[in-house]
Structures are given as structure tokens and as C-alpha cells.
Write a new protein. Structure first.
Length: 390
């Protein structure tokens, strides 16, 4: 899914409705994407592990949220985004991108179909204004309305193997089955902690989980209710719930970066940029059919095959590599560049994404890391898959 670069992009950051809640919990606040957000609360490794082993709660209200409605909404979005939008069923979501005429990536985002002529787009905070202005530029003769929702809608993520159990504790019992039956990349309206909101089974961590969209003026109530529900319950409403503490932790964006990297998910500003295309990033599968007339189609389908592609790497030694680190082939020639690298808490070793020469992007290829004795070996991604837990 979409993430956010940890680089500061604004001098006067905005604050979510939950700012005071984060401060009370002792969060380290940072300016990310023009928003002052929790970077970590205690330890990013502890927060990472909570998501992998139990459940974590994130405030993602920094993400941009745009509502597109109107008679031509599906046609407009099919023209504007790179994926096939018209076949998207009601209550379904799709990972997609908006690109330039030359195929360079403006942003990656999630689109949700809320009605026959109603869609919700969730995109990166740092690119929010750019995406909004690009949508307006492309409206042309389409009969659509584009509405900014980020000021009135919050976004929380409940992620981890116990995410569904946690949410059931703040849902009316007659809605438990609806939650349980919600498929991956699907969404519906549910009452969470007494507040009606969109609930989607989506996430950016590699675990089961949900992203929920409460009204901003009720976000504090919902946040507090979810945190309370993660503890030990004396009298759980659900007879099947034993009331044990679920191991819930509030989580900052630092651990979200290690989670998404382990899950093999690219990050805008790192793996995805205006200088890269979906094809180079290995994301041809999200593109619409070649017959589609989306903006950027001709450049993507007619350009020569890219020389570099995105690859996953395992790094020798014990330290992650800096972004921009050069990779060398067996003959000492420059053959790639690191885009993201972290020490994986789950795997216990450094991993990385890098753009490398296409002909070298095969499993087992070993690169030398420039100016060091470290090596980097191509491995399949994702690095971690919840279906193959330790």
C-alpha cells in the first residue's frame, strides 16, 4: 500500500485530531509529509513485533483523502489512473497509480468504490496537493466532483494477527460476522465504538488488518475505545472472547517502514518516483489493459524495455545500507543503487530494495557494495509472508 517518506516537507506541519493523545502517550513527534505525527512511542522494534505477533494501532491521518463523485466518475478515473477502474465492484478496493504523460510516477494510492458513481482515493501526504491539482487538470469535459476529505476524516490502521479480534470488541455483536466476512481489499460501512465509518481490510504491513475512517471530530473517542479494548476485559460481550489482553501497542511510522519493507511493498520517494515507471518497479500487474486510454499509456507500452528493475536484496553483515549506496557487479562495474534498507526485526538481518541492471535481477546474483567488503544477494520478495510465519 501507500506509505510516506520520513523526510520533512513543510515548515508549519499540520496536526491530526489525535495529536494530544500521542503526546500523552509519550510519542516522539516528527514532521512527516507536512504533518506532525508519532514516529515512535517506545521502541520501533517492540512496535514492529506487536504488529507481527499481536496487534498495533496507527494514526495515519496524514494521508490524503479525496472523494470523486458524479455520472462520469468511473470513466474519469479510468482515464486518470493506470488501472482498470470500471470493473471495480462496489465495496472493493484497488492499489493503483497516477502517472505523468511519460509514465513517471506521480503517486501510488488506494482507490475504494463506495457507490456506482462514488470513489474514495487515499494517497501519500507529501503528494496530496500534487495529486489533487493533477485530478483537477484532467477533469476536462467529465461530469465529476472532486472533494477534499482529509480535514474532516481521520484514518486509523489496526494491523496484526489479532486485528479482527480487537475490532470485534468495539463492534456491535450483530456486526461481527460482517467484519469476519470482509475480504482483503474490500470495504463496508460499520459502527465502530458507536461511530459509523468506512472499514476496509487493507494495510501496509504484510499482516491481516483494517484501515478505518472515522469523522475527525470523533477520532479521539474511537482511538481511546480501541486502546481500551486491547487490554484485559472483565466481562467481554462476545461469549467466544476470553477477555485476555491482546498485546496491543500504539505504533509510530518508524516501524511501519520496517514492516512494509519486509512485506516487499515499495515506498513513494524511495522505490517510486517521477523518474521511475510502474514497469521498472515490477508493477505491470496493476496496469489496465493495453487497449485502455489512461494518461501515460502510450509512453509505458511503447517505450524501450527499461535497463533497470527493482529487486530485493539480503545484505551480508549486521548493518543496513544507506539510501543511494552503489552496487557493483562481479567485474567492479556500477550495476545498481540502494533505495531502501533496514535491519529486519523479523528476519534478524539487513534487507534492501535496489534498482539493478535487468539482466542481473535474478535470484542468487551477488553484488559487491561499493567501498566495503559487504555483499548483497538478490532474493525473492516479499522478504516476509504471514502465511509462512516462524
Amino acid at each position: 500500500m501507500t506509505g510516506n517518506s520520513v523526510d520533512s516537507v513543510a515548515t508549519t506541519p499540520r496536526r491530526s485530531a489525535l495529536y494530544d493523545e500521542h503526546v500523552k502517550l509519550g510519542a516522539e513527534m516528527r514532521n512527516i509529509g507536512g504533518y506532525e505525527v508519532p514516529f515512535r512511542y517506545t521502541s520501533e522494534v517492540a512496535e514492529h513485533d506487536a504488529v507481527r505477533e499481536a496487534v498495533g494501532l496507527f494514526d495515519l491521518s496524514l494521508m490524503g483523502i479525496i472523494r470523486v463523485t458524479g455520472e462520469d466518475a468511473s470513466s474519469f478515473l479510468a482515464h486518470t489512473l493506470i488501472s482498470a477502474i470500471k470493473p471495480l465492484a462496489l465495496g472493493r478496493a484497488k492499489y493503483t497509480m497516477i502517472v505523468q504523460e511519460d509514465g513517471g510516477i506521480i503517486d501510488d494510492l488506494i482507490i475504494y468504490r463506495l457507490g456506482s458513481h462514488e470513489f474514495m482515493l487515499v494517497q501519500n501526504a507529501a503528494n496530496f496537493e500534487e495529486v489533487h491539482s493533477t485530478l483537477l487538470e484532467r477533469v476536462g469535459g467529465y461530469n465529476v466532483e472532486i472533494e477534499l476529505m482529509d480535514r474532516i476524516t481521520a484514518l486509523l490502521a489496526v494491523q496484526g494477527p489479532k486485528a479482527a479480534k480487537l475490532l470485534r470488541r468495539v463492534l456491535p455483536q450483530d456486526l461481527h460476522a460482517t467484519l469476519d466476512e470482509l475480504n482483503y481489499y474490500s470495504c463496508t460501512l460499520l459502527e465502530v465504538a458507536g461511530v459509523e465509518m468506512i472499514v476496509a481490510r487493507t494495510g501496509y504491513t504484510g499482516e491481516d488488518g483494517f484501515e478505518i475512517f472515522p469523522p475527525a471530530d470523533r477520532a479521539v473517542d474511537v482511538w481511546r475505545a480501541i486502546l481500551a479494548a486491547g487490554g484485559e476485559l472483565e466481562s467481554p460481550a462476545d461469549p467466544a472472547d476470553k477477555g485476555e489482553a491482546l498485546g496491543l501497542l500504539p505504533c509510530g511510522l518508524a516501524c511501519r517502514d520496517t514492516l512494509r519493507l519486509e512485506a516487499g511493498m515499495p515506498l513513494y520517494g524511495y522505490e517510486l518516483t517521477r523518474d521511475r515507471t510502474p514497469l521498472e518497479a515490477g508493477l505491470k500487474s496493476i496496469m489496465g489493459p493495453t487497449k485502455g486510454q489512461f494518461i501515460g499509456r502510450n509512453a509505458l507500452f511503447n517505450r524501450p524495455q527499461s535497463k533497470q528493475v527493482l529487486a530485493g536484496l539480503r545484505i551480508s553483515g549486521s548493518e543496513a545500507l544507506n539510501r543511494g549506496t552503489k552496487l557493483l557487479d562481479a567485474d567492479g562495474n556500477e550495476a545498481g543503487v540502494i533505495t531502501s534498507s533496514k535491519v529486519s526485526p523479523t528476519l534478524g538481518q539487513p534487507i534492501a530494495f535496489a534498482y539493478v541492471e535487468r539482466w542481473l535481477a535474478t535470484k542468487g546474483t551477488e553484488f559487491k557494495v561499493a567501498d566495503s567488503d559487504v555483499t548483497a544477494t538478490v532474493v525473492p520478495t516479499p522478504f516476509y509472508n504471514r502465511r509462512h510465519r516462524k
